[in-house]
Ligand binder design. Sequence first.
Ligand code: HAM
Length: 420
Amino acid sequence: MATDQYQPLQGMSDLTAPEIDVWQALETRSRELLDRYAFTEIRTPVLERTSVFARSIGDTTDIVQKEMYTFEDRGGRSVTLRPEATAGVMRHIAGQGPEALESRLYYLGPMFRAERPQAGRKRQFHQLGAEILGAPNAAADAECIALQHHLLVEWGLKEYRIQINTRGLPEDRRAVGAALRDALSSSVATLCEDCRRRYETNPLRILDCKNDACRRVVDRLPPITQFMSSEAREYFQEVMRLLKRLEIPVEENPRLVRGLDYYVHTVWEITCPALGAQDAVSGGGRYVIPVGAKEVEGVGFAMGLERVMVALREQKADRDLISKRPKIWLISSGTAAFEENLVLMQSLRMRGLCCGMDLQGRSLKAQMRTANRQSAAQVIIRGEQEMDNGTFLLKDMATGEQEELDMPGLMERLKVVTPF
Ligand code: HAM
């Protein structure tokens, strides 16, 4: 189709005004909050060696098996567009000295997964994520969940659920897997094709399958905590106790396991029921990630910003995030006024004001139309008469009121404190 030339690839989007104003506001507020929680930003490359992801996310996960954008670069090396950022952050940490093993890092940027595009599922999407390294205790897990709760409050998102579970210690994995296989052995034939494969490779993943037949089987299973060590259960109880003290509302969901293999202990997901089938706005947990000869342990989360945007729009809270500075539009009639306005506009901008003007010498009416389109709060009008008198007409666009002012009067109205 001819129009395809002007479209981005399927599942990817151009982000522009007016929506971009909400994105920027969300990003600014998030950075401010993460700073308050003593996190610093990390920006890792979007392209990494394929092994960075395959090993840490897990060979049998959907992400690694079906969703990665993997290709050979010009040197014949296998590279992958990052499907998530935790693996790349851990690659960075493992390459640093021992002090890096105690870090509090956040990231914000595009991720890529070759999923079948549908509502809430993009091929390029953006995550805001954070990782706490070097705090192997329940307080760090609770702090991560409290931070996400705070972010959602800060963004003005309501009606969400925080669901939490534990996957136990790495040492528990074998026992949990064996117990699940045992409990599922008589029902394997009724499971979906994916779960029949998972029964052999990764039975834990059967717990969060969305297929109705699998759900019916899973509903009859005992909670997996039953098969874990007492150490794992105590750790989880401590996370729950701290969350209660921090007054964070969470629900225990014994079926929650998450789709990435690196998790140990606590896992959680935040859902917004209004989003429909793809209702997870955030997911996270504690993990141990192997990098080369090292293993890095941490706890963190990532929030899907496209889904947050949709939820904010549904709840009509998106525009409330924007606190834009009022814009002034300069309007000129005649070449002398045009040039003087150009000089005035530059001076006002240097003094911190937000302003603009038509640069094509169009009619007064056309310039006013642009001022409206730009949602200008005020316009400064200068024609031949104002040039002769050394004055300015200042119009308030909301009330329609107009006054003639000299330069000091104009500066006073515009609250310009730095002298010209
Ligand atoms: P994840 O659950 O794969 O976790 O993704 C986190 C969030 O990213 C999801 O809850 C969802 O909001 C968003 N997301 C995922 N895939 C898509 C998609 N195709 N389209 C739109 N949004 C999507 C991780 O990525 C882990 N790295 C989180 C983490 C950090 N765990 C520990 N630290």
